[in-house]
Design a protein around this ligand. Sequence first.
Ligand code: BV8
Ligand code: ZN
Length: 264
Amino acid sequence: MLFVNNFLILYKNVMKFESELIESLVNSKRVSVLTGAGISAESGIQTFRDPDGLWAKFNPAELASMDGFMSNPKLVWEWYQYRRSVINNSKPNPGHYAIAEMQEIFDEFSLITQNVDRLHHKAGSQNVIELHGNIIENFCVECKAPFESSDDVNDDEVPICKSCGGLVRPAVVWFGESLPEPQMTQAYKAASNSEVFFSIGTSAEVYPAAQLPLIASDSGAVVIEVNTKHTAISGRVDFCLIGKSGEILPNLLKIIKNIKAEKI
Ligand code: BV8
Ligand code: ZN
């Protein structure tokens, strides 16, 4: 009987967990989402800190910092050209599309991303708050003039600024660089005002972005983490959904839409 009882207790806990999760979502008007590289993993884009991730092969300080770029511009440029070639051939996955649809069903919705691949834009999300810039655009390190990447830009030659002769770099935020405004202010505001805050596909190891789910929790939001494994903030969230975001998010969205439709 013990086994059956334990199973029933587990079942009841799971059911209670699910109903509380769904209830907090269905009744919320203000929902925010923070995404990291994990949301794009099912689109074929490597994450950073997974065992097969980018940092397993490359040293972040060497490739994702101004010092690294200035000491070896060609290596860093080639690395970003390689990542651009992967991203240019990738498409949004069901996780991106589910987030784009969430924007339509909640009264106030904010999408904050650490990603630079612009797959949220391709999936139809509007007003995406990009905390770490984007890999599509480039600018001159000297005069900051935007640099239009054209076909004659090749992978292993760092382009030179046409107006001042400075080196051209990708428009991403590197380690040691401040995050852009007004994006940071918008992100802090969203985190402090949300009723529900999702942290999706991020190891929550890079600051200040990693602070956002904690700010949301301290401000009284229900925090839901979606990740294939536990992270640095799993102990601080209200619901930890372990699994692929491309599977969990569409299912969650379907349940919420059905319940909302019944309420009409
Ligand atoms: C700054 C370049 C002011 C872009 C990147 C405290 C406060 C402020 C700063 C700091 C601080 N402590 C330390 C710092 C300095 C530093 C920092 O945070 N260091 C860390 C490593 C300790 N922060 C900074 O330098 C930031 N600047 O704060 O300026 C300042 C300056 C100097 C000193 C003090 C203050 C700049 C941060 C941005 C750095 N840029 N990359 C690019 O090339 O892409 S970092 C890199 O990590 C990416 O940008 C990425 O967005 C970011 C976060 O990584 P994740 O997205 O979380 O990816 P990760 O691989 O780690 O995790 C993926 C997750 O997905 C995993 O959990 C995995 O389990 C999961 N997953 C996998 N598959 C799936 C999945 N989940 C769901 N479904 C799946 N299918
Ligand atoms: Zn210039």
